[in-house]
Design a binder for this molecule. Structure first.
Ligand code: CTP
Length: 408
């Protein structure tokens, strides 16, 4: 799982996982595990067909409890008279993954002829469904009608993806990536306190070309910004990411504008800012760009064995520019990576760049800054509130930043 998807802290939340008959049933084990790593409790129901592919024991061994099977179960632990009603009372979300064509039809029609369909019918909370089947079965008008019906019934639908499927055919029908289903479940468990807000996040490094093969940059991976973007997305925001060169990917409803240079990032951000409610600029933007040697490759022979001197020009300050045109209804968060004078620098940048909040870290400290999964932040806001946070996973830092910005 990509580091910016690894949110945890869903303690006390319970997810009920329905597994149906599909070659993709084994992927439900990965989903159960991912949910547990997010601190969720997991229970499960395997249909008769699912048990042809995976066993209840596999889920139990991973810690899922209870694991239901038939309506009149042979599994003693789950053999209560009201097992068909229990998830509806105990779980905060229900996810059916993989969902076969048959199960889609039963859910769409509200049938209640086995344990899973009864549990779904009696489940009052958010329900997520992720189908997997042969592409021709998926394309069949009856399946498409059932899929549309599930949308009308309020199911959160994670559509199958295109690719080669077990039967050797190629087309749409393959179970969506487990990450995507996992995120849909986490989102369903998250209070949507940023719903309806347009949020801009910059992340990653910029690359400033010097000749045809060389550039000036820094080691930012973009992880901190990606966590900030994903935390906003989980909380319901409409997120736009302006990303320098990174390997990170995002759910398809996060708009990603890929840029390379600081000037491209500046153009994208100034263009987007008027339509945004909030922005958090985490990108490690190069303050300077080398005066280009040219379009071709610099050859050693050019310097005749002597050293070379590279001149630099100043790049625009994106954060400062957005701060200067900030409307009273907009909120702006800046980041700063420092090697000393953390608190003084935070206060200076908060004021000079017209920020609502600044988060600074000491990149000299282990467990903080570039290339690690954690950060240790000092946070200062425009109301004078200051906090020193301990070393925390970047996902947790991101969550707290939005919490802090929403304080008032
Ligand atoms: N930033 C930006 N545009 C730049 C440089 C930085 O938008 N050209 C943003 C970063 O994304 C970050 C914040 O400004 O949110 C702070 O960056 P930093 O480099 O620490 O600030 P500078 O003002 O460049 O200060 P310093 O002299 O410490 O480099």
């Amino acid at each position: 799982m990509q580091p910016h998807y690894g949110f945890a802290g869903f303690m006390g939340k319970r997810v009920h996982l329905g597994v149906t008959g599909s070659i993709a049933a084994y992927k439900a084990l990965d989903l159960a595990r991912a949910l547990q790593q997010a601190d969720c409790m997991v229970s499960a129901t395997l249909t008769d067909a699912a048990r042809r592919f995976v066993t209840p024991l596999s889920f139990e061994a991973l810690g899922a409890s209870p694991v239901y099977t038939g309506m009149f179960s042979e599994t003693p632990d789950a053999d209560t008279a009201f097992g068909h009603l229990e998830p509806g009372q105990a779980a905060d979300a229900m996810v059916v993954a993989p969902a076969s064509a048959n199960t889609l039809a039963r859910l769409a029609f509200g049938l209640a002829d086995d344990m899973l369909s009864c549990q779904a019918l009696a489940f009052p909370g958010p329900k997520i469904v992720a189908p997997a089947m042969n592409p021709r079965m998926w394309a069949a008008p009856a399946t498409q009608r059932n899929w549309a019906t599930l949308g009308e019934l309020g199911y959160i639908r994670v559509a199958p993806e295109c690719g080669s499927v077990a039967c050797g055919e190629t087309g749409t029908g393959r179970l969506a990536p487990v990450d995507e289903i996992f995120l849909a479940v986490l989102k369903a468990l998250t209070p949507q306190d940023l719903a309806g807000r347009n949020v801009l996040v910059t992340l990653g490094p910029t690359r400033e070309p010097w000749d045809a093969v060389r550039f000036w940059s820094n080691p930012s991976s973009g992880t901190m910004g990606a966590c900030v973007a994903m935390a906003a997305w989980l909380r319901g925001a409409d997120v736009t990411v302006v990303a320098g060169p990174t390997a990170l990917t995002f759910p398809c409803d996060v708009a990603v504008v890929s840029v390379t240079t600081a000037r491209q990032m500046f153009a994208a951000c100034t263009d987007l800012w008027p339509s945004m409610d909030m922005a958090c600029l985490t990108a490690a933007v190069a303050d300077y760009r080398p005066v280009p040697f040219g379009e071709t490759k610099f050859k050693k022979s050019t310097s005749a064995g002597a050293g070379i001197t590279v001149e630099f020009e100043t790049n625009p300050d994106i954060l400062k520019t957005l701060g200067e045109s900030k409307r009273p209804d907009q909120k702006l968060i800046g980041f700063a990576a420092e090697t000393g004078n953390l608190r003084e620098e935070a206060a200076r940048k908060l004021e000079s760049k017209h920020l609502d909040l600044i988060a600074t870290n000491d990149i000299g400290k282990s467990g903080s800054g570039f290339g690690v999964a954690t950060n240790e932040m000092y946070v200062l806001d425009a109301k004078g509130r200051r906090e020193q946070w301990p070393q925390l996973p970047k996902t947790e830092v991101a969550w707290r930043l939005w919490d802090h910005l929403l304080l008032d």
